[in-house]
Design a protein around this ligand. Structure first.
Ligand SMILES: NC(=O)c1ccc[n+]([C@@H]2O[C@H](COP(=O)([O-])OP(=O)(O)OC[C@H]3O[C@@H](n4cnc5c(N)ncnc54)[C@H](OP(=O)(O)O)[C@@H]3O)[C@@H](O)[C@H]2O)c1
Length: 404
């Protein structure tokens, strides 16, 4: 039987949750190159009405949703007479996630992406997952629900996409090690005092990737790599003991699989999110798109080194949360969301992101020594809320002063 995934002649219907963001922009760019092959159903944004309207026009979407309900009238007015349906609020975001399509791109930032991603999973959709926080906070639930509902989760994060391709359908039981690479971020060669006192502008100046603010700060602190280890654990059902990180400043190799027979398969590409986007949008086929090609000879050499846990303590905090399991990954994520927001607002120093996250994990453990794994969305919401409240309370204890 030919399924819709194998039917290359049909136009693929796509919905994009987080259409106005950095990943959304890569999706838009690939679709614009291959207009004849894609049809856009739903587009979702948080509050940027103008960008949403412009993309909805450009991609000829059917349904445009703004999460902020107070912006419904503005959106409706701007879409009047276009034939594009306007809607607002969480229920509309969920409606966008479950309308039947060939692929739902999940690219809302933070835990706000969890409910719509979960709804798409329950609806049995094929999901190109960029939103790592959903898996970090509710990995067991999401993967279990996907199995039950017959949903497919395709990794859109560049490292996981590379690993997915390098695994090539093999079970992770057969592998010895799975390695995610990290660019090292903007502070790779800075000393610890400089890092702890880095400004917002310095943290946002990523050397290789152009991304949204939250993930860019996470990259600078190495929390992003920690979240990605947790994401990989759930996504590939791989033991935390087999997961490792290597710093690779050129961001050419994104992930490596070490097999027991001595073979090592690496996933390579230029650091451009259009590559994993194109892979996911066409899967299990391939698209040919116009973007710069990797030229290894012109690179000359590439390098690798071990991560530095002293200068980048967030990586160790995330690894500890991964090994502890239970509620810890959800607590880690909630605390980090508060810490990054506070850093971006100038309330705490860069170094205090790790301090606040660690204090919050400790405070949560004091209150909940049983560390129960969340089994429902309500459990996840409740752990997230407790973590965020603890982190908010902890904010006043960590100063915005420079650390010496
Ligand atoms: N950027 C990358 O290269 C990259 C790579 C790998 C993984 N990721 C992951 O992909 C996700 C998105 O990253 P990004 O860099 O694209 O972030 P971003 O540029 O900040 O974009 C976030 C998107 O989510 C929307 N949004 C925010 N809050 C929302 C809410 N409550 N409800 C509905 N939509 C909401 C935003 O809408 P507005 O514009 O209206 O605010 C925007 O469209 C993150 O989880 C990140 O870790 C990103």
């Amino acid at each position: 039987m030919v399924t819709s995934k194998e039917n290359v002649t049909a136009r693929r219907k796509v919905s994009v949750l987080g259409a106005t963001g950095s990943i959304g922009s890569s999706v838009r760019s690939v679709i614009l190159q291959k207009r004849a092959e894609f049809e856009v159903e739903s587009l979702v944004a948080g509050s940027n009405v103008d960008a949403l309207v412009s993309i909805a026009h450009e991609l000829n979407a059917k349904y445009a949703v703004i999460a902020d309900e107070t912006l419904y009238q503005v959106l409706k007015l701007k879409l009047e007479g276009t034939g594009i349906e306007a809607a607002a609020g969480l229920n509309a975001v969920i409606e966008a996630a479950i309308r039947p399509v060939d692929i739902v791109v999940s690219a809302i930032t933070g835990i706000a992406g969890l409910h719509p991603t979960y709804a798409a999973v329950l609806a049995g959709q094929t999901i190109a997952l960029a939103n790592k926080e959903a898996l970090v906070c509710a990995g067991t639930m999401l993967m279990g629900a996907a199995k039950k509902a017959g949903a497919t989760i395709l990794p859109l994060d560049s490292e996981h996409n590379a690993l997915f391709q390098a695994l090539n359908g093999n079970s992770t039981k057969l592998i010895e090690k799975m390695v995610l690479t990290a660019s090292g971020g903007p502070f790779m060669n800075w000393d610890i005092t400089q890092i702890q006192n880095a400004t917002k502008e310095q943290a946002l100046a990523h050397p290789n990737w152009n991304m949204g603010q939250k993930v860019t700060v996470d990259s600078a602190s190495f929390m992003n790599k920690g979240l990605e280890l947790i994401e990989a654990h759930y996504l590939f059902d791989v033991s935390p003991f087999k997961l490792d990180v290597l710093v690779h400043p050129q961001s050419i190799i994104h992930g490596l699989i070490f097999y027991g027979d001595g073979s090592v398969v690496a996933g390579m590409a230029l650091p451009d999110m259009r590559v994993p986007v194109a892979h996911c949008l066409a899967w299990p086929q391939r698209l040919s798109i116009d973007l710069p090609r990797l030229n290894l000879a012109s690179l000359g050499s590439i390098s690798f080194l071990e991560p530095d846990y002293t200068r980048f303590p967030c990586l160790k905090l995330a690894q500890n949360a991964l090994f502890a399991g239970g509620a810890m990954p959800t607590v880690l994520n909630g605390a980090n969301e508060i810490a990054v927001e506070a850093f971006l607002k100038g309330v705490i120093s860069f170094g205090n992101i790790a301090v606040l996250v660690e204090n919050t994990l400790n405070a949560y453990q004091c209150l909940n020594s049983n560390n129960l794994t969340p089994v429902t969305l309500e459990d996840v919401d409740s752990i997230n809320l407790i973590s965020k409240e603890l982190a908010q309370t902890g904010l006043s204890k960590v100063s915005s002063r420079a650390i010496h």
